[in-house]
Design a protein around this ligand. Structure first.
Ligand code: BEZ
Length: 179
């Protein structure tokens, strides 16, 4: 994965647009991989699903809290991607009071499949979802890779450690000190 360019896909997001009026002032907005990744050094992390316990209790809120520390290590954005549609991702972001981490809806799983990270989670009734991983992506190219062990379909467990914000931050700090 190191040195590979992230896949070029179009994400279908929902954005607020007050000009629409009414009780649900949102419209579709297509956002490309280039829009998210070109000219920026970002942390991308991917998880099995919005609203799932580990992701909602630890991984996403901890990335949110540590945002300033990531910025201090030269990270422009933190993106959380999941194989969920834009409605679900927006509702999850709202429930988490997110201000810093940006959510990317990969509803069709195209990005995740092209990253080689799509797994079956039919054992949980989830269908196809993402294996947990994190990455530092510099101008669209994977600079560091943090994949949880045991990539597999219908995995009984849900390993979470190397893709934690604490681990990725430590790695970034180590690189800076070594430089
Ligand atoms: C969790 O984040 O705890 C979780 C993820 C996928 C399935 C079940 C739980």
């Amino acid at each position: 994965m190191l040195g590979r360019k992230v896949p070029s896909v179009t994400f279908r997001t929902r954005v607020r647009d007050e000009s629409i009026g009414g009780p649900n002032p949102f419209r579709w907005q297509e956002v490309s991989s280039d829009d998210y990744f070109a000219g920026k050094r970002v942390v991308l992390f991917s998880l099995p699903g919005a609203f799932t316990p580990t992701c909602s209790t630890y991984q996403l809120p901890d990335f949110e809290k540590l945002h300033a520390e990531f910025q201090a290590e030269g990270i422009d954005e933190i993106y959380c991607i999941s194989v969920n549609d834009a409605f679900v991702m927006n509702a999850w972001g709202k429930s988490q009071d997110l201000e810093n981490v940006k959510l990317i809806p990969d509803g069709s799983g195209e990005f995740t499949r092209k990253m080689g990270m799509l797994v079956a989670k039919d054992n949980l009734g989830f269908g196809k979802r993402s294996w947990r991983y994190g990455a530092v992506v510099n101008n669209g190219v994977v600079e560091q890779w943090f994949e949880e062990e045991g990539y597999s379909d219908n995995c009984d467990s849900d390993p979470y450690g190397v893709s934690s914000p604490q681990n990725i931050l430590e790695s970034l700090k180590g690189i800076r000190k070594a430089a």
